[in-house]
Design a protein around this ligand. Structure first.
Ligand code: ACO
Length: 330
């Protein structure tokens, strides 16, 4: 039994925030942001428009379900990668079950591995499908990064955006070749404080002191994250190719986490992967954390770049510092 991506979907809020708009609030410029990150604009959702994680995920999931030809009640499990969930509990997967009108009481689980969460979820879902535990899994990566973004910190606020990507995964015993070929997941906890949202958890519940010290927002050591990202993503991809007797020539499309164009380009150079076979949309959406790979996948499927039978390589990194890569036949 293999795992096949039966359908894909995505959602980004309509509200566009350009670099020019951000530069009216903090001391930055379109030129600096484009040169350091490749980002031109990002989408920012609002709770009023049902663009909290569950709301964005519901829109992406409906597209993925329709494309897959799968009814909501056929889903055996919802895996929901999210860094800032709707609530601390119940989990966002359960809220999504309600929003999709699923009545079958399917299993619902949130995953928090930051930007790597959706790639972690893909390995988990593949294991559950291959071992026959479940037949159909809805895997979402959805992030309302605007909720942890300090809009007065120029070092981080220019980097992130909101959005959702979803896939429906199904057990497949046909000869079509679709399968998750291999994956690697790691986490280097020695660098756990280089990307952190310190308050809001059990160690530091949000109090007036937290707000006074601005500890309710994310903080990041950009250079540590940058170096770790290019190193882990390129080495994980190289390992996957080597242990499956493949080279970059065997891969049709590389979809790296859309954090920053320089990270994507440096990773590609280290891997000696051709830029023209790398999917990039970071200029439009910025870093949407764990939504970025499934949303970019959907975009490339819809515009005809990615076709059935293509070999795809995904790579991601994020807080933890987590990292992961997956090689698959679409
Ligand atoms: N506009 C203008 N100047 C800025 C801005 C800005 N938005 N941000 C920082 N600067 C300034 C700094 O203050 C510094 O000024 P100084 O030299 O006077 O001190 C100068 O620019 C250089 O700052 P650096 O931090 O050295 O800039 P760098 O070239 O490293 O680029 C960046 C910063 C873009 C953040 C880079 O380090 C990076 O991309 N890191 C990875 C970030 C990332 O991808 N994070 C997401 C992680 S995924 C997840 O799980 C959430």
């Amino acid at each position: 039994m293999n795992t096949r991506i039966l359908g894909t979907g995505k959602y980004h809020p309509d509200n566009i925030v350009t670099n020019e708009e951000i530069s009216k609030r903090v001391d930055t410029s379109d030129e600096w942001i484009v040169q350091r990150t490749g980002i031109k604009e990002r989408r920012v959702g609002s709770v009023k428009n049902d663009e909290m994680p569950s709301g964005m995920a519901a829109r992406a999931a409906k597209i993925a379900l329709e494309q897959a030809g799968v009814k909501p009640d056929e889903i055996d499990m919802i895996l929901f990668s999210v860094t800032l969930p709707d609530y601390m509990f119940p989990n966002s997967a359960s809220v999504l079950q309600h929003k999709l009108g699923i009545k079958n009481k399917c299993a619902c689980l949130d995953i928090n591995a930051a930007c790597t969460g959706w790639v972690y979820g893909l390995t988990l879902a593949n294991s559950l499908i291959k071992t026959g535990v479940y037949k159909k899994i809805l895997l979402c990566g959805t992030e309302m990064a605007s909720g942890f973004n300090n809009w007065d910190d120029r070092a981080t606020c220019v980097l992130f955006g909101d959005g959702s990507g979803a896939v429906v995964l199904g057990a497949d015993d046909s000869e079509n070749g679709s399968q998750i070929i291999d994956s690697i997941l790691t986490s280097d906890s020695s660098k756990r404080e280089s990307l952190i949202l310190p308050a809001g958890g059990a160690i530091e519940p949000v109090r007036q002191k937290t707000l006074d010290e601005n500890r309710q927002w994310m903080s990041m050591d950009g250079q540590v994250v940058f170096k770790n990202a290019v190193k882990t993503m390129s080495s994980h991809c190289a390992t996957l190719l080597k242990r499956n007797n493949m080279t970059v020539d065997d891969v049709d499309w590389f979809i790296p986490h859309q954090a920053n164009l320089r990270i994507i380009e440096t990773t590609g150079q280290l891997l000696k992967f051709p830029a023209e076979k790398t999917i990039v949309n970071v200029e439009k959406y910025a870093n949407t954390s764990s939504a970025s790979i499934p949303a970019a996948l959907h975009e490339a499927v819809m515009d005809g770049r990615i076709k059935r039978g293509d070999t795809l390589l995904f790579a991601a990194f994020g807080a933890g510092l987590t990292s992961g890569a997956t090689l698959l036949k679409f």
